[in-house]
Design a protein around this ligand. Structure first.
Ligand code: MG
Length: 367
């Protein structure tokens, strides 16, 4: 079994063309922390997550525990997960996630198999939805309609828009404008990003039930499992949640509380691919589909692997300075709006170090 010789940890930051706003937050930059494992058999394996220097620092500290260890996913996960030293649910878990994802890229390369095949390979391709529909300074209903029409012209058969930053009435006008622009046959997902209290969430749910909405994402605080369960029980529109949940134990509580009809388990947040697979299988036992939040380069491999994989979130990387140049290959939507995982061993993409170097804000080699 190969051992881990060194881990290079890099933090990148690139400004967005224009700030984007969801129900609660405004983003001005893309920030990524990437880890590269060098193995004793000559394989170089990559993993990455989103976050800034605090994630970089955590990754550097956790990476030190991997040096000289054999490439064994469960043993390495158990070694990295130290609640007392690093915490249980937060940015440190993102750092662990990036390292665990790199372990799986390494396992795939060692086995000569894609992560998709290693994990089960159930689907050849899976549906995808286009992420977008943010708020923006001076962005009119017509601008929003132009944006979503462009997604549909680009092949999207489902798309997501943000709600929650303005009144329910104003958001319903935005939702109706989008539906008018995309027509009746394209799936429409709405995402609140935890912006509502229970009363507002209920009011919006009643209005969404009169419309055809694919899912209603994170209407409430991620800590309000009881509120989410009550809402999911009453509304006809499926409630999706989980991008702010961590570890198998967090998902056990979310699922056992019946707080989500669909789980948005994100391997870059919750604890990597080792933990993601457990969450997906636990959800399968409860007849709940999994539809991750986050990067398609990782999640297409995972959603396609499991029987209860529902749909992949798809970002237009050409609009993102860092992501546009980060990988050697681009995952495109198929003509029917679906997406097919790369069959190359591992995750199937390589980080182009030279292309992203100008966005690098921190770098360290742990050995
Ligand atoms: Mg979301």
């Amino acid at each position: 079994m190969p051992t881990i010789k060194s881990v290079a940890v890099s933090a990148y930051s690139a400004p967005l063309e224009a700030p984007i706003t969801n129900g609660l937050y405004t983003y001005t930059a893309t920030q990524i922390v990437a880890c590269r494992l060098e193995l004793s058999n000559g394989i170089s394996a990559i993993g990455w997550t989103h976050g800034e220097k605090i994630v970089f620092t955590a990754a550097e500290a956790i990476a030190a525990m991997l040096i000289g260890q054999e490439l064994n996913a469960e043993r390495l996960w158990a070694r990295m997960y130290q609640p007392k030293l690093f915490g249980r649910r937060g940015l440190e878990q993102r750092a662990l996630s990036a390292l665990d994802i790199a372990v799986w890229d390494g396992l795939g390369k060692e086995a000569g198999m894609s992560v998709h095949r290693l994990l089960g390979g159930f689907h050849d391709s899976v549906p995808a939805y286009k992420a977008g529909g943010y708020y923006g300074e001076g962005k009119s209903l017509e601008d929003l309609q132009r944006e979503v029409s462009g997604h549909v012209e680009g092949g999207a058969r489902a798309l997501k828009m943000k709600i929650g930053a303005v009144s329910v009435a104003e958001d319903l006008a935005r939702i109706d404008a989008v539906r008018t622009a995309i027509g009746p046959d394209v799936g429409l997902l709405v995402d609140v990003n935890n912006a509502y209290d229970r009363i507002t969430a209920e009011k919006m749910a009643a209005a969404l039930d009169e419309r055809d909405i694919y899912w209603y994402e994170e209407p409430l605080s991620p800590d309000d499992l009881k509120g989410a369960a009550d809402l999911a029980g009453r509304t006809r529109t499926p409630v999706a949640s989980g991008e702010n949940e961590y570890t198998l134990w967090g998902f056990r509580d979310l699922i056992d509380a019946s707080a989500a009809d669909v789980i948005n388990a994100d391997a870059q947040i919750l604890g990597g691919i080792t933990e993601w697979a457990k969450c997906a299988h636990y959800a399968q036992a409860k007849h709940i589909p999994v539809a991750p939040h986050g990067d398609q380069e990782i999640h297409t491999q995972l959603v396609a692997a499991v029987p209860n994989g529902l749909i992949v979130e798809y970002y237009d990387n050409s609009l993102n300075r860092l992501k546009d140049v980060m990988f050697d290959q681009r995952l495109d939507l198929n003509a029917d709006g679906s997406i097919t995982p790369f069959s190359t061993p591992g995750l199937g993409v390589e980080i182009q170090d030279q292309a992203v170097e100008r966005y690098r804000v921190a770098h360290s080699v742990v050995c």
